[in-house]
Design a protein around this ligand. Structure first.
Ligand SMILES: [Fe+2]
Length: 221
């Protein structure tokens, strides 16, 4: 990683000790930033049975149809990295999710919330040379998993690199249901990494949209 220029060796060593996350090896002390792997979660019952691979990165419209999905537009973006902080290029990312009412376009979803005829909730893409991905979609609604358990808004991800794969879920910050979610609260290590950062929309996107930034870390790539 860059950014050590201008720091004294002693300062860097101090930072390394304080962070406890730097690896030292050999003469000359190579410092490599160590990231924690993104924890995995269950695939869940609503992994798509029909995957429209021509969907592209924009889930708010369906190819060949005029309408747009209802709900708040979100631009979800980030990088796939390995634990040394290196980008994982060409990783396949599948995204699936409920619609704005919390209903999956899946035959097993018994939630009485309405389907959205303009939203199927699945897309796939590969990361670019910098390990980056970007989807345009809508913020999913919460939905009942059982009579006593509401799942917070979340996106499902299946990320496949050349060596590693992680199936997991991304959550939104500030959702009160996060604190009661049995799946999220069951994560033992690095739970907070499943909660994305939400930034104000940039000038080139819808003014009422959200920019959601979330990096995914796999072991090697
Ligand atoms: Fe889900």
């Amino acid at each position: 990683m860059n950014g050590h220029e201008g720091f004294s060796r002693r300062h860097v060593l101090g930072m390394a000790l304080a962070a406890g996350g730097f690896a030292m090896s050999g003469v000359g002390a190579v410092f490599a930033e160590t990231l924690q792997r993104t924890p995995g979660e269950i695939l869940g019952p609503f992994y798509p049975v029909i995957k429209r691979v021509e969907q592209g990165a924009d889930l708010t419209t369906i190819p060949g149809r005029q309408g747009r999905a209802t709900g708040q537009v979100i631009h979800v973006m980030g990088r796939v990295l390995n634990v040394e902080g290196q980008p994982v290029r060409g990783a396949r990312i599948e995204l699936w999710q409920a619609n704005a009412q919390g209903r999956y376009s899946h035959p097993s979803d018994t939630n009485p919330a309405p389907l959205d005829p303009n939203f199927e909730g699945f897309a796939v893409q590969n990361t670019d040379a910098e390990g980056q991905y970007r989807f345009k979609t809508i913020k999913p609604g919460a939905y009942p998993a059982t009579a006593n358990w509401m799942r917070p808004p979340h996106l499902h991800f299946d990320v496949t690199g050349k060596i590693n794969r992680v199936i997991t879920q991304m959550y939104f910050p500030g959702e009160s249901l996060n604190d009661k979610d049995l799946l999220l609260q069951n994560i033992r290590a690095n739970k907070e990494s499943l909660i994305a950062k939400v930034l104000p929309p940039t000038a080139d996107v819808e003014p009422d949209s959200l920019t959601v930034v979330w990096d995914i870390v796999v072991d090697k790539g």
